[in-house]
Design a protein around this ligand. Sequence first.
Ligand SMILES: Cc1ncc(C[n+]2csc(CCOP(=O)(O)OP(=O)(O)O)c2C)c(N)n1
Ligand code: SF4
Length: 271
Amino acid sequence: MLIHTAAEYDRYLRTQKLPTVWCPGCGNGIILKAFIRAVAALNLSQDEVVVVGGIGCSGRTPFFLDFNSVHTTHGRALAFATGIKLVRPELTVAVVMGDGDSVAIGGNHFIHACRRNIDLTAIIFNNMIYGQTGGQLAPTTLPGRRTTTSMWGNIEPPFDIVRLALGAGAGFVARGTVFDFEQLSEILGQALAFKGFAVVEVLTTCPTYFGRYNSNDDPYDMLHGLKDRTDPNEATMAEKLPVGIFRNEPRPEYTELYRQLVEKLGGGGQR
Ligand SMILES: Cc1ncc(C[n+]2csc(CCOP(=O)(O)OP(=O)(O)O)c2C)c(N)n1
Ligand code: SF4
């Protein structure tokens, strides 16, 4: 069901936890809303969905969602989610992580989850900075950008999360932005429905740290900055960052293969 009204969204929220802890103008709320819209469009019940969060501003997302939710440790959300999926494969498991959480401290978990093809949806809130801890450099910070730990401009090249996920073998790989809510919720819906490891990089905004350090802390301008940086047309890849779905290719899923192996071995997995 496509939802529109505040009351329809409230059904999926722990309204007693609102307002969120996020700063005014932060992009995280847009991702939260797009996620709810995607779940509702798929007609998934709240009991069928698990949302696993790491640590960071992004990691707070499960607090506000009235689903099965787990707040885990920095960089290890995918490991917790893998355990949940193995025990309860019938559940839809989404993992929300910051860019630091997923491809810095959790980078190894990330590439191996892509390789194994476990049926999880990894939603990466890429604000190009460590938000919660005060705006340190992340592996996604663009060259020249200022952060608490690169006050004279970043000299490191950034990871391209989409290319990283494609290279590591994820079956579904996409990028959206908080500028385009409709496209983002559509992508999230396809990712949640995908049987296998789905990666959605979401370019989002942190006016408080990234914006202030880089002379642009106006949330409206930052949103439009995302629009200017990205392009839905892959042909322009060299000039702008493309957004959309880059791969949607199902292949054998890990928990199913694991179950088949257990059955082959007589149910208990013992020889
Ligand atoms: C093992 C470990 N190392 C470091 C930290 C401190 N820490 C908490 S959140 C965070 C960075 C968060 O940045 P990111 O993952 O990009 O998420 P954001 O806050 O930007 O959403 C760090 C370094 C921690 N909690 N645990
Ligand atoms: S510090 Fe940045 S990422 Fe964290 S809530 Fe504030 S604006 Fe959002």
